[in-house]
Design a protein around this ligand. Sequence first.
Ligand code: PAF
Length: 281
Amino acid sequence: MREIKDLREMHLYSLKARSHGKKIGFVPTMGALHEGHLSLVVEAKKRCDIVVVSIFVNPIQFAPSEDFASYPRSLGKDKKLLKNFAIDALFLPAAEKMFPGGFKTFVEVEALSKKMCGRSRPAHFRGVATVATKLFNIVNPDLAFFGEKDYQQQLIIKQLVADLNLPVEVVSLPTVREFDGLAMSSRNAYLNPRERKSAVILYKALSLAQREVKGGERDLNKLLFRLRALIGSEPSVRLDYLVAVDPKTLQEVKKIGGKVLFALAAFIGKTRLIDNMVVGE
Ligand code: PAF
């Protein structure tokens, strides 16, 4: 596994691999790797000749009030994990090189970025879209892999790739869950044992939506009310949002029919977690 910190070296590495006809798979991460990330690495290994993973805690996707400083960082452990998967290159750019003083260009994906998480984190997706564009330009991958736990993020990245004609195929893969259903997230590390137990209510609520819709429930307001009441029954959980939206446009739906994305964000104590499930057919 080659470790690359320099942006130009990363670019040349990819150019060389491509000139030899190699297909490059890219897994961008912020580190604190878990099985969700590793499932992306496994798929990248299956579908590509060369796998590049980046670890970069991107400062511009955090608001000043958010957890950039405390975001879990475990580089030593992450490197060990990645060695087991025999990836080809680990890209570790420095923040000063990615965003030097005087950096002025941002990528904004309209509409999709304003909904759901974009309401409570107004500059978040601009930060994600900008760093993703830069990483794609530097790493130059054929395929890039994202998890559906961050459903809105992968949709925004697909839109930006299409709109800016970036020559990369964005692949999204299913959420990986803990034994009790909690979606794997680097932020789960913040939860104390009591909060960790309460957090499973998010999965329970989404599973209830899935069961009810499958069982024929068509009254969306009644269903959303039940889900909110269920989540509200956990005292340490505070809902940020719970919506039922079109899985392609993220527009709120008025009734249940076809595929519906139930998506939520909630604070468990001080930790903000997100999860989602596509239900119906
Ligand atoms: O999902 C993440 O870890 C980040 O948002 C990403 C895509 C690596 C951009 O910083």
